[in-house]
Write a protein of this length. Sequence first.
Length: 516
Amino acid sequence: MKNSAYSEDQAWIEYCGRDESVGADPRTVIIGDLEWTAKNLNTGKFRNADPVPQARTREEWISACHFGMPAWCYYENNPDFADLFGKLYNRFALEDERGIVPEGWRIPGYEDWHNVVEELGSEAGREMKSRSGWNEDGGTNSSRFNALPCGSRYGNGGFYGMGENAVFAERGGGRFYITGVGTLVGGFPESFGGRTNNPQRNDGLAVRCVRDKLYSGFDIVPSGVPNPGIMFINREATGRSGHMGNSLTECNNGDILAFYSNTSGIIRGGHLPDGWTEYRRSVDGGRSWQEPKFFEYSKNIWEENRVKAKRDDPQGSLVTAAVTAPNGNVVAFSIFWGKQAPVYHLSYDNGQTWSETRRLDETAAGEDVGYTYDAVFVHEDTIFALFVGGRGASGPVSLYVSTDNGESFVKRSDNLFPDKTYQWYQTGRVLEDGRMVVYVYNGVSSLEYLYYVVSEDKGHTWSVPETMHLKKRIRNPQMSDKIGEFYFMHGRSGSRGPDPGNLVLYKSRDGLHWDD
């Protein structure tokens, strides 16, 4: 919420308070794959800081609803209920285009409430009820949702249900409530009372906010995905291209190094590695970045060959993978358009200075080992690096490893995908159970599929290749280690087919089966 009219911390206090008894984050609670605010919405402002009008009397409530105006109130117009129950909102406040819930959150819909039932089961209502405050017996609150009997307000201005019902807004005009005996009503399949689209859409309802839980312990900045993002580098402004190379690594001192290419925007439409690599450093977790620096080896290669480059023959050597070794060495790999095997450089001071050039494999040619696209990762005491051979990326996929913190690499296995061609992009990880999985893009087949192989012995031998389906397609796949409960894979949705050119993000609990 950096661009809002008031700070994120202030907003959170207004939205849902701070209840130290609820969840690891005192402001939220996790149920399945959803993250919910731990208290009812309690703001009197829209997201842009415009005020939401308060209806202080019955007449003001009826008038606001009659004329289609946003409004909120306290139960029985009593501000003493604010900390306990939050505010009640009419549908015009909830549906206003200015937005009333925090950026990145939403008013829960039918599918959100249904997901809670699927996660908690037939006793969901009792598990969501607070232990006290109810006229009937309290619930177990084992879910830590802590639903309090906040009641609601009718369109005619009357109040109903405090102590008996917890009534919440459903996106689209419906409502969902928990009764005193723990029964769930509204917004569910028939076994839970049938979906109820409330005909009294002018009711005043409490609100819980919800968002999809990707992982815990991290914040996304800027929030509210999808969003325009924060500009890192603008190649369009200078007529240059960013094609071919990009990689991130976190140094042992916490600094982040971001490598990216600066290539011609003219030669073949900016689609070739005619240029060099630059990199920037962040010392505050990626919130800000220092000025760019040339990766000197890459810039020197281009300077030496720029005359040839003008003949439409790409001559750049670009950093396409970087990784931090277990002891803190930073390893940066450079590829030379498949003309020779990759080289790499070591840094012993968190990327401040770099070693002389080293060959990955003195015996290999570019046709054998030509490319890696950030397909390098660390597991325990070993660096694993995946490469594909050939100038057209049509050669074999090989696995190289280093057990001495990048001082040397040896080939552990090759030809991971027999009879497969055009394998531009590779990614992989060692899974939680000790198996290793490697994925490759194959541009000949549908972009909805990746080939993958699995190794039971850290890459010495491999299974027969299989295919894995990704509904929104993927190109340039890059897989993460497990973060919380999930592995993640991101990339772009490809350059052909319906709706191309987007970024896509998938998650998986086991690293082998991915969501849609």
